[in-house]
Design a binder for this molecule. Structure first.
Ligand code: ADP
Ligand code: MG
Length: 701
């Protein structure tokens, strides 16, 4: 059976070289198995026929039954098309074909009964069908009988080559007719029995040829569960591997440095959530295993302080620590923050970025190697080759979604024993997604903001209400507050960004003219020094308005800034909007977020704005984001490197099933950690064969 499924698709009768190339290029169907796993996007009820007089104007694909009463070739030779009248007892519609005219002329017959499948359109007040599928009623049983007909996505180009949905269905039919036996189970017998699952063979058959709605539902359930279960088995196995096999540094104690900071320097009471997370980190680092923890906390929840206090624990145990973040500006700010928090304490902290001068860099490297430099903060310059720590015990990565997995691994290789890793993110990832994406990490959550924060007031203005916005900004500035104005960044490299910003800048200059007002500008095409200078002017209160593209998105902290104006807010993603809003409301003053949009915006754009107006809870927002955009596009998931090979299961919708699969996977692995029992052989085989990360499964055995 495996042999049959692994055959190249060109060997399937009816495919041949031209079609096999098309299938490979457009749909990545290269083998029989690929075709088998190319699932329909929907089903058409073949028992339902419309009468021509009842055709709804907004219909999707429908079926008619009737005869062709006229066929005619019209137009000039370069623009020729074939038109035909299709008639049933209740009326006539027009059929139009632009391609394959000669072939159609030879094969379509007058006065023969056909089943027509197509999408109705209207032209000159008459209903027409462009390139409908036609099948003679007497031939209608050429595919495997099924009242629900599978519909497959194909590209425009494929359709022109007559490789349409129906053609794919025909290939599926050929594939199944040639099947030499039953498709072997991938789940253990006991699991199939206990969960009353449809067999894999029957499930796959019913996905392509549903024998009834009930069978189709059972088939979909089986496939979804299977997809989620294997992902979870894989992730949990990886996690267990790491926990039992990867030794980590033992942080035995909380010592002098931590305690001095806690007693003398801590400017405020920790929130309960901060305390809880520090406790979790203490526990992890005290076991002798390597910590790999994701810290999720909404913007402004105080993650930096948690990072600092964790690093102090590392120092207390004689280790070094580092704090890495994605941008220069953020790195500088972190450095300043750490310095301010530590004050006169004798802790050696330095900043390393791409702009650190050579001479300074050299002494820094020496002090890193001899261990006298204790905390290094900076950008990805931190993980570049010549950076050698004497004994890096803890690596904190802020705003992780900017870092790929490879970069995380880069940190690990600095020592023989990997440092503990704490990944911090303010882009909360919904539970369902965290489980698949970061299933091998432990997750901590700061679900509480420091006391005394006032909720940010968010409003939505149309561009026509701009004057109102200006007036509001003026009043806030008069009260001594500062204001962000953000313009959408279209593309880092795009000139348009610069143009938009310049135009926006000129406009803002007109409305807020010097010397009464002063403005900082920040965008992606500025040199780092310029950015730094502009940012500094704003941070130090010399400018009242910071005009920027989304380069300020991450981490920037100016407590006196109380207004965030977002221009063309409809062009931003939901998480991005939430991040931007989180730049204000960081001090004790009431803060505001003003979303500016044109009057006409897309349905999705409107939903995003509504979501932002409705809640300030980052988790709720990311759930909505997931539903609006789908998991593949969620920030932070694109470069994650995790297998996302879910064909039917949908992380946005199948949360409950995912949890179920997770529990199941846990149960299976707790009884048989390496899946080595004869019972679990199919599971193991599938994990090694399949599309999941095979490495760690391959290593054992
Ligand atoms: P984020 O989680 O977004 O990185 P920060 O670490 O930048 O948040 O913290 C936001 C602000 O809250 C900072 O000014 C920080 O000093 C302050 N802060 C942190 N923890 C507390 C606390 N327990 N009480 C009061 N303010 C705090
Ligand atoms: Mg932060």
């Amino acid at each position: 059976m495996d042999h049959y499924l692994e055959q190249p698709i060109k060997f399937l009768p009816g495919v041949g070289p031209r079609r096999s190339e098309m299938l490979g290029k457009s749909l990545e169907i290269r083998s029989f198995r690929d075709l088998l796993f190319y699932f329909p996007y929907k089903y058409l009820d073949r028992t339902r026929f419309y009468q021509i007089r009842d055709i709804p104007t907004d219909a999707a694909y429908i079926q008619l039954r009737g005869k062709i009463t006229r066929i005619e070739k019209i137009g000039t030779s370069s623009h020729e098309r074939l038109v035909a009248d299709f008639t049933d007892e209740t009326g006539t519609v027009l059929l139009v074909f632009f391609k394959g005219i000669r072939y159609l002329q030879q094969t379509l017959h007058l006065q023969t009964e056909y089943i027509l499948l197509g999408k109705p359109g209207i032209f000159n007040g008459k209903i027409n069908f462009v390139h409908p599928e036609l099948e003679e009623v007497s031939h209608a049983e050429t595919s495997i009988a099924s009242s629900l007909q599978a519909m497959y996505n194909t590209s425009e180009k494929m359709k022109e080559g007559f490789l349409n949905s129906k053609a794919i269905l025909k290939l599926q039919t050929t594939l199944w007719r040639g099947m030499p036996g039953r498709i072997p189970e991938t789940l253990s017998d006991s699991l199939v029995k206990r969960l009353r699952l449809m067999s894999l063979h029957d499930a796959l058959f019913n996905i392509h040829f549903p024998q009834s709605i009930e069978y189709l539902h059972k088939a979909e359930y089986r496939i979804k569960l299977e997809e989620l279960l294997f992902t979870q088995l894989d992730i949990l196995h990886q996690k267990k591997n790491r926990e039992t096999k990867t030794k980590g540094f033992l942080f035995k104690k909380v010592g002098n440095i931590f305690n001095t900071f806690y007693q003398n320097r801590l400017p405020f009471e920790l929130t309960n959530a901060q305390k809880k997370v520090i406790r979790e980190i203490r526990q992890d680092t005290g076991t002798g295993h390597q910590m790999n923890r994701l810290l999720q906390g909404d913007v402004g929840s105080g993650k930096t302080l948690v990072a600092l206090m964790s690093m102090l624990i590392a120092l207390d145990n004689g280790y070094q620590a580092c704090l890495m973040c994605p941008t220069e500006i953020l790195a500088q700010q972190h450095y300043q923050t750490l310095r301010n928090f530590l004050g006169d304490m004798d802790v050696q902290v330095e900043l390393l970025t791409g702009n650190t001068p050579k001479s300074k860099r050299k002494t820094m490297m020496e002090r890193l190697r001899n261990g006298s430099l204790q905390i290094l903060t900076g950008t990805h310059a931190l993980i570049e080759e010549p950076v050698q720590f004497a004994n890096l015990g803890l690596a904190v990565i802020d705003e992780q979604h900017r870092f790929g997995v490879a970069q995380r691994a880069g940190l690990w290789n600095k020592n023989v024993t990997p440092p503990h890793v704490l990944v911090m993110t303010a882009t909360p990832i919904p539970r369902t997604l965290a489980m698949t994406l970061y299933g091998d990490l432990d997750v901590s959550v700061i679900d509480e903001l420091p006391a005394g924060r006032k909720a940010i007031q968010t409003v939505h203005y149309y561009d026509s209400q701009r004057l109102k916005m200006h007036g509001f900004v003026r009043r806030q500035i008069k009260e001594g507050r500062q204001v962000y104005m953000v313009f959408p960044l279209i593309d880092e490299s795009d000139k348009v960004e610069y143009k938009d910003l310049t135009m926006g800048f000129n406009h803002v200059m007109d409305v807020f003219p010097p010397p009464e007002y002063s403005i900082s500008v920040l965008h992606g095409q500025m040199k780092p020094e310029e950015k730094e200078r502009e940012m500094k002017r704003f941070v130090q209160g010399q400018t009242q308005i910071l005009l920027a593209t989304t380069v300020i998105e991450v981490g920037v902290d100016v407590p006196n800034a109380t207004v965030m104006v977002i221009e063309n807010a409809e062009r931003f993603g939901l998480s991005q909007l939430h991040q931007l809003r989180g730049r204000v409301g960081r001090g004790s003053d009431q803060s505001y977020c003003i979303l500016m949009t044109p009057y006409k915006i897309s349905e999705d754009g409107r939903k995003r704005i509504q979501a932002l107006l409705a809640t300030s809870d980052g988790f709720e927002i990311s759930e909505t984001d997931l539903k609006l955009r789908g998991p593949g596009e969620l920030e932070g998931t694109r470069q994650s490197g995790q297998a996302f090979d879910l064909k039917l299961a949908n992380l946005a919708k199948d949360g409950i099933l995912l949890q179920y699969a997770r529990n199941l996977a846990e149960e299976i692995l707790s009884e048989d950690p390496e899946l080595s029992s004869p019972e679990n052989k199919p599971l193991r085989k599938e994990l090694i064969r399949n599309h999941y990360t095979t490495e760690h499964w391959g290593m054992i055995s």
